[in-house]
Structure formats: C-alpha cells, structure tokens
Ligand binder design. Structure first.
Ligand code: CP
Ligand code: NVA
Length: 289
C-alpha cells in the first residue's frame, strides 16, 4: 500500500521517476483512473490543491468526489477508523487536507486504499514535488540549484527540506529563531540572517508568515517576520538569473512585495500549474502500489 503522508513515504529514486513522468506526460494523460473514484476530504480551504486534483483526476479518466470536512466530521461524528474503512469501500484513493497530521496518520493506518496528504499542519508533500518539477523545468536539473527559503519553519518548509535532500539540491532556511523547524536534515543550513546565505540563492522561496489554523498568532508573527520579506533588495543580492517561488496564496506587502511577485523572475503561476502535472504522476505512483 502506497500512502503519501510526507516526502519520506516515497523512495528518492521514485521521486525522480515521478518528476520524469510528469515531464514526459507533458499534460497528455493516459486514462489510468478510468472507472475509478478519488475521495477528496478538505478540512481547510483550498484553491490550487482542490482544483488541480479535481481537474487532473478528470483528465486521467477518473471521478473526483469533494467532501467538506464539516459534513463528515472525521473523529467527531464518527471515529477516524470507521470513516477510513467506510471510504475504503467506495473509493480507489483518498486525498486528505487536514487540521491534524495525527488524524491523517490514523486515517491511513485503517485505510485499504492509498491516502495522499493534501496539506496537514506538518507537511505539504504534493506542493514540494510540484516545486521540484518547476525547479527542474527552470534549471534543467538540480545541479546548480541553491534554494534559499525565507520565512516560517512550517509544513511547506519541512517538505521542501525533504525534497531538497531527495533531489540533491542545496538549501538554506532563513527564519527567526523561535520559528525555525524543530528538525533539519543533514546538509540543510538554518540561519536567522538573510545576509549569510542570500548570495548563494538561485531559487528564492517564501510562504505566508501565518498558516491556516494559526490566525490568532497573526499580530505577533507580523512583527517578528517583518524583516524577512522577499523584496527587490533581497532579489538583487541573489545569483544572477535567480527565480522566485511561492506556494500561494500570497500576501502582497508581507512576505513578498508586489514588485517581486509580478517580476519576470517570479514563476509562481508555473508552480501552480505544475501542481496538476506532479499530482497526476503521484496518483500514477500510488495506483501502482
Ligand atoms: N498551495 C496550496 O496548497 O494552495 P491551496 O491552499 O489553495 O490549495
Ligand atoms: N503554510 C501554508 C500553506 C498554504 C498552502 C498553510 O498551511 O496555510
């Protein structure tokens, strides 16, 4: 059974394969999901994840069924283990966006079908694989890639560190001390000063300072992160030809300025498109299990 709860669930060699297949398909998908249904449970809002999965599943000949978390109320109206086993009888795979990574793990433990993490408080593996695809498209490989991630040590940051290790590109995380990730893979640099690493950057990445579910911390975070903005002065100090990435949604004037977001260096909409190409290759991978 192949679940994708974090990047660590996919052997590095298979991640390379997923990226290769996503590129090779080039948007023309074989009908590998014909006659199959994918349940998509969302306990948090979504634009890209929901839409790219729904359209991508349709293009592979399958049916996507959107399930609002508040309808099923997993773990509340019914135990996680009951919902998971019921859904295993209807669906061929599950995409699950949850407020609780431990609930996602419990759901997967009882599931007879593959479970894909569509974002949890801990990880966002589909985002990181799509980002690796975007980086590969821009640099024709990973050799010259040095990602400088400026921002919160959050779900996206954790999955990016894991994908950097799997794909073999260099990475530094620039984050205020109190918000740095609790665990960092060997080789990834963590610092609280932009100046110490920015000159290496061929990829600059940022995410929101306050993730979904932490809205009560917004005021404190805005203060602490105010000097961690990706702006034109930061971009100028990066390597020539450096690109800007953001998983979106983005807050203009907070973690990134509009000038950087709208600049030719910004590949954020290619990134958004690549969600679908990467996820369809991930669906191929889980269905082979
Ligand atoms: N990047 C991302 O996951 O976007 P959504 O929250 O809109 O799905
Ligand atoms: N870190 C953000 C990512 C949104 C795609 C969040 O969890 O809200």
């Amino acid at each position: 059974m192949r679940h994708v709860l974090t990047i660590a669930d996919i052997p590095a060699i298979d991640i390379h394969d997923i990226i290769r297949i996503a590129k090779q398909r080039n948007g023309a998908y074989p009908p590998l999901l014909a006659g199959k249904s994918v349940g998509m449970i969302f306990e948090k809002p979504s634009n890209r994840t929901r839409l790219s999965f729904e359209v991508g599943i349709h293009r592979m000949g399958g049916q996507a069924v959107y399930i609002q978390g508040s309808d099923v109320q997993i773990g509340d109206r019914e135990p996680v283990s009951h919902v998971s086993r019921v859904m295993s009888r209807y669906f061929d795979a599950i995409v699950y966006r949850t407020t609780s990574h431990s609930r996602l793990k419990e759901f997967a433990q009882y599931s007879a079908i593959p479970v894909i993490n569509g974002l949890s408080n801990v990880a966002h593996p589909c985002q990181a694989i799509a980002d690796a695809l975007t980086i590969h498209d821009c640099f024709d490989g990973f050799e010259s890639v040095y990602m400088v991630y400026i921002g919160d040590g959050n779900n996206v940051c954790r999955s990016l560190m894991a994908i950097a290790t799997a794909c073999g590109f260099k990475m530094a995380v620039v984050c205020p001390k109190a918000y740095q990730p609790e665990w960092v893979p060997p080789g990834v640099v963590v610092t609280d000063t932009i100046d110490s690493v920015i000159h290496n950057a061929t990829v600059l990445y940022t995410d929101v300072w306050t993730s979904m579910g932490s809205e009560d911390e917004q005021g404190d975070r805005a203060r602490v992160f105010s000097s961690y903005q990706v702006n034109e002065s930061v971009m100028r100090r990066a390597q020539k030809g450096a690109i800007f990435l953001h998983c979106l949604p983005a807050n203009m004037g907070q973690e990134v300025t509009e000038a950087v977001f709208e600049s030719p260096a910004s590949k954020v909409f290619d990134q958004a498109e690549n969600r679908m190409h990467a996820q369809n290759a991930i669906l191929e991978w889980v269905m082979k299990g």
